[in-house]
Design a protein around this ligand. Structure first.
Ligand code: C5P
Length: 313
């Protein structure tokens, strides 16, 4: 049995619309997701024992059952008990490069990489749809993390329709290191505040989810129209997160004023991103925001659109 090192890219939401409630307590969403080159690195090797062990040097990453990567490993053991009994578990070394609780699907990407890594080590030959079905059991963003690139995500976020890949845009990510936003809190607060606007009728929900396929942002992405892509960024969760977190609101304003094609919060935040048409522009913008805000807790990353989901390093 071989060992594998995988890269798990972060994602940003170019578009996030909350359509309504679901019977399972989640929300019906229409999103456009985009992978970026900023990625966690996971080295997986067979350990010959009946256990899965995770090690990560990052002090805030849990190394126990509460980590989605370990949950993914246990899911594989449950789904393939004989293989697990015969071949044993794996040791996972996680190099955490994506900020945590940031709205960048770092945890989901780690889980996706563990599914792919164990599939390779155990030589199961699972198909992409099979991996995605397993991924959906772990979290709404895991199926997208597997596929990556540019994609429409509907349902809970687990129904993925890939769009033609486009990697010619740069992204500046900005996040206060000590600030984390709880995703369940963001969605619950949204429901409390805007629940009266939710689509209730099933046909209505389906129609609204379909609209995104024919929407202006998809057209702009297909045409590689970077100006329009920047203008059409949208995230419903900004309405609750920016209201609660003044720092994020201010950061967003500074980022927007600094230039670029468009600025938006990713997922449930608190990461804010600005799209840029070149590496030079992205670096200048980073410098400007750093100088203006001058806060040691503020971290910025320059990254690029990526065509890839989980892939071998
Ligand atoms: O699926 P995941 O575990 O990433 O979701 C985290 C939380 O975000 C859920 O517990 C739920 O509160 C909220 N959520 C939602 N509707 C979705 C996805 C997430 O309400 N489609």
């Amino acid at each position: 049995m071989s060992a594998y090192t995988l890269l798990a890219p972060a994602k940003i939401n170019l578009y996030l619309e909350i359509i309504g409630d679901r019977p399972d307590g989640f929300h019906e969403l229409a999103m456009i997701m985009q992978s970026v080159t900023l990625a966690d690195r996971l080295a997986l090797r067979p350990n010959g024992i009946q256990d899965f062990r995770l090690h990560c040097a990052h002090p805030q990453v849990p190394q126990d059952e509460s980590n989605l990567a370990i949950k993914a490993a246990h899911l594989m053991a449950t789904e393939f008990p004989e293989t697990y009994a015969n071949l044993g578990g794996v040791d996972i070394e996680l190099e955490k490069n994506i900020p945590i609780a940031a709205g960048l699907a770092g945890g989901s990407g780690n889980a996706a990489a563990v599914l792919v890594g164990i599939d390779l080590i155990w030589q199961l030959g699972l198909t992409q749809p099979e991996l995605q079905t397993l991924g959906a059991k772990l979290g709404s963003d895991v199926p997208f993390s597997l596929v990556g690139g540019t994609a429409i995500a509907t349902g809970r976020g687990e129904k993925i329709a890939s769009l033609p890949a486009y990697d010619q845009l740069w992204v500046v990510l900005a996040k206060y290191e000590s600030l984390a936003v709880s995703t369940p809190w963001a969605y619950q607060t949204y429901r409390q505040t805007f629940g009266n606007t939710y689509a209730r009728d099933r046909q209505d929900i389906i129609a609204r989810a379909q609209q995104v396929h024919a929407g202006s942002l998809v057209t702009a992405l297909n045409r590689h129209d970077s100006q329009r892509i920047g203008q059409l960024l949208h995230n419903d969760l900004e309405k609750v997160v920016l209201k609660e977190y003044d720092l994020v609101q201010q950061l967003r304003q500074h980022m927007q004023r600094a230039g670029g094609l468009g600025t938006m919060m990713s997922g449930s935040g608190p990461t804010v991103f600005t799209l840029c048409k070149s590496l030079v522009e992205a670096k200048q913008l980073t410098q400007q925001v750093q100088t203006t805000l001058d806060n040691p807790d503020l971290k910025l990353w320059v990254t690029q659109f990526s065509r890839q989901g989980i892939h071998l390093a």
